[in-house]
Write a protein that binds this ligand. Structure first.
Ligand SMILES: Nc1nc(=O)c2c([nH]1)NC[C@@H]1CN(c3ccc(C(=O)N[C@@H](CCC(=O)O)C(=O)O)cc3)CN21
Ligand SMILES: CC(C)C(=O)C(=O)O
Ligand SMILES: [Mg+2]
Length: 280
């Protein structure tokens, strides 16, 4: 069954069998092909697109059209992985109708299999409406970047009793609303463990410790594509920034000193033709 598509049923089975779900973010076709070939279970087209690819300093400017454009590119590169589309700022708050309509675009126009959205009890009515339309929904609790101005920065969430209780009741409300999975971002390890043991759906952690049912990271962070400072929870699995910078310097040097392009990179033509056109 290694060739078959990852579905919400796969998520359910993996939680039951205690096999960790692997998820990574992706925003374009080439990376989607690589992540799918590597057997990553789920690909999140995150609204971190804003930070990682579009150069904004938050996820708030990202629009539905931005997201649809990138989800389309990702889906063209994927055979097996589940593609989850992150719903951007204000695309699921205004009404049940707009929430369903926007979620539907990701499946109908772009080819995703599920959507993700941030928040707890306050979004549950709209989550239910999306689920009722036959669209699998992944929740997202803890550090929810679209609320950065309300949280007063990117900080660990759920540390005090009130916040921890709120997170637990939000998780239960999302389950009641029909989500198949919940991302837990930047929450203390023991709280993520408690939520994971309390809910029947698959929890996916980012900065939430090893006891979640799965893990997600921003691919550009774990590959260190930018050579910048990353949040504490990011492990660098490669240092691509250095590799890319070395390649760029080598190219510049070789073009400037004339060693590139050497003969092997050029095309020849017959001398006859050359002589003829020179004689004209
Ligand atoms: N490249 C990238 N990676 C991400 O993980 C990510 C984005 N972009 N954009 C959207 C959000 C923003 N995220 C962030 C951003 C910063 C921290 C951060 O600096 N956290 C502090 C915690 C401070 C504390 O409360 O102790 C850290 O040091 O990790 C965490 C998550 C996660 N998401
Ligand atoms: C960090 C993940 C969970 C996310 O929401 C994103 O990449 O936008
Ligand atoms: Mg996001």
């Amino acid at each position: 069954m290694t060739g078959s598509k990852v579905t919400t049923a796969t998520f359910r089975n993996m939680k039951q069998e205690k096999r960790p779900v692997t998820m990574l973010t992706v925003y374009d076709y080439p990376m989607a092909k690589m992540l799918d070939a590597a057997g990553i279970d789920a690909l999140l087209v995150g609204d971190s697109l804003g930070n990682v690819v579009l150069g904004y300093d938050s996820t708030i400017p990202v629009t539905m059209d931005d997201m649809v454009h990138h989800v389309k590119a990702v889906c063209r590169g994927v055979q097996k992985a589940m593609v989850v589309a992150d719903m951007p700022f204000l695309s699921y708050h205004l009404s049940r109708e707009t929430a369903v309509k926007n979620a539907g675009r990701f499946l109908q126009e772009a080819g995703a299999q599920a959507v993700k959205l941030e928040g707890g009890i306050e979004v549950c009515e709209n989550v239910r409406a999306i689920v009722n339309a036959g669209i699998p929904v992944m929740g997202h609790l803890g550090l929810t970047p679209q609320s950065v101005h309300q949280m007063g920065g990117y900080k660990v969430q759920g540390k005090d009793e009130t916040a921890a209780e709120k997170l637990l009741s939000d998780a239960n409300a999302l389950v009641q609303a029909g989500v198949f999975s919940i991302v837990l971002e930047c929450v203390p390890v023991p709280l993520a463990k408690l939520v994971t043991e309390s809910v029947p759906v698959t929890t996916i952690g980012i900065g939430a410790g090893p006891f979640c049912d799965g893990q997600v990271l921003v691919t550009h962070d774990m590959l260190d594509i930018y050579g910048n400072k990353a949040p504490k929870f990011v492990k660098r699995f490669a240092s691509l920034y250095q590799i890319i910078m070395d390649a760029l310097s080598a190219y510049k040097e070789e073009v400037q000193n004339g060693s590139f392009p050497s003969a092997e990179y050029g095309f020849s033509m017959s001398n006859d033709v050359l002589e003829k056109i020179k004689g004209q």
